[in-house]
Design a protein around this ligand. Structure first.
Ligand code: 5GP
Length: 330
């Protein structure tokens, strides 16, 4: 059983890794590019050091990411019987969010950049200022003395590209670009990665985008967009929920729109809620109120109820955040 300790450093994480041999690497349910990229960059680095690694995920990896090296070796499972010498949990604000049982029995190294991480590890290395967990993995790989191989660079780049919303969010720093520059030096092709991730659409996905966007509602001020999809709509368009990845970013391309809320029906009355915003609009404050989390410009949570009622509640909370942000702007 892991005992919870205070915050640690990258050096602490590196030290615990050096002295151990067998690793399980986990991340959060419904993995995104940062989850998958961070896990696989770490896995390639550890294997370079001659360590044994098992990468686990409760949910399958989104189809657009499945073309990249190592993705098909990820073990899709909701339970781990042998936690090895250490479990590295990345990009996950709390342990339950991994969706994988049995990890809690291991020695946990918690590596994350989310506000509100519950410090559930024996080592907790948190960097809220990192634009992606992949930035932290990059630093850790360097700390471990592992060269930036093509595979490691590729997965670090995927993590950063996706978790910054294709370099849109306000958590980007000069360091973000410096890391990306080094990834490109290591052989990563930004146009090839972008084409694989963003231009591998199906007709079903395009139709689903059109259907969801045609149902978009704007609030009276035109600053907040609400979109939603239920199972029926997805089936009618021959699309899947996976196909809605990236859809939430489209309303934000409209200059006046400052925030978007996207409701996806998982079961009747049971919704996954994705939230996005621009600039100083703190959408994470809204997600946190509903037990979710994420970052200032990109967050998520779950909610139960009728769509109409949830829409009213979320709109009110998001409008408060928009007003707050615009009050402080020039
Ligand atoms: P998405 O809307 O793409 O699912 O998630 C956006 C961001 O919010 C990601 O950083 C993701 O990890 C975080 N996030 C989404 N849903 C949840 C949730 O239920 N709990 C927490 N803690 N974070 C979430």
């Amino acid at each position: 059983m892991t005992t919870v300790t205070e915050a640690g450093t990258r050096a602490d994480a590196a030290q615990e890794i050096r002295t151990r041999q067998r690793f399980v690497i986990a991340s959060h349910v419904r993995p995104d590019g940062d989850a998958v990229g961070s896990q696989l960059a770490m896995a390639y680095a550890l294997r370079h050091l001659g360590k044994e690694v098992r990468v686990v995920s409760r949910d399958p990896v989104p189809a657009a990411l499945s073309v990249f090296p190592g993705v098909l070796d990820i073990d899709i499972t909701d339970r781990v019987d042998d936690p090895g010498d250490a479990v590295i949990v990345m990009e996950s604000g709390d342990l339950l969010r991994t969706g994988v049982a049995g990890l809690e029995r291991g020695f946990i190294i918690n590596i994350d950049h989310h506000v509100g991480n519950t410090m559930f590890g024996a080592v907790n290395w948190l960097e809220i200022s990192a634009a992606a967990c992949g930035e932290m993995v990059f630093d850790l790989v360097r700390e471990l003395g592992v060269p930036l191989t093509y595979e490691i660079a590729l997965h670090v780049y995927i993590a950063i590209l996706t978790d910054t919303g294709s370099f849109h969010y306000s958590n980007i720093t000069p360091r973000t670009f410096d890391i990306c520059r080094q990834c490109v030096d290591a052989g990563v092709s930004p146009p090839a990665v972008a084409r694989s991730i963003f231009d591998g659409s199906t007709l079903g996905r395009l139709k689903l985008f059109a259907a969801v966007l045609s149902g978009m509602q704007l609030d009276d001020t035109g600053r907040l967009a609400t979109i939603s999809v239920d199972q029926q709509l997805a089936t009618d368009c021959a699309g899947t929920y996976d196909d809605t990845e990236g859809l939430i970013n489209l309303p934000l391309t409209v200059k006046e729109i400052q925030a978007v809320v996207f409701f996806r029906e998982i079961a009747p009355g049971d919704w996954r809620v994705s939230l996005r915003s621009k600039g100083d609009v703190n959408i994470n404050a809204v997600a946190s109120e509903f037990g979710g989390g994420g970052h200032k410009n990109a967050s998520g949570c779950s909610a139960t109820g009728q769509l109409e009622e949830l829409t009213v509640i979320f709109r009110r909370k998001i409008t408060e955040q928009i007003d707050k942000a615009l009050a402080g702007s020039w």
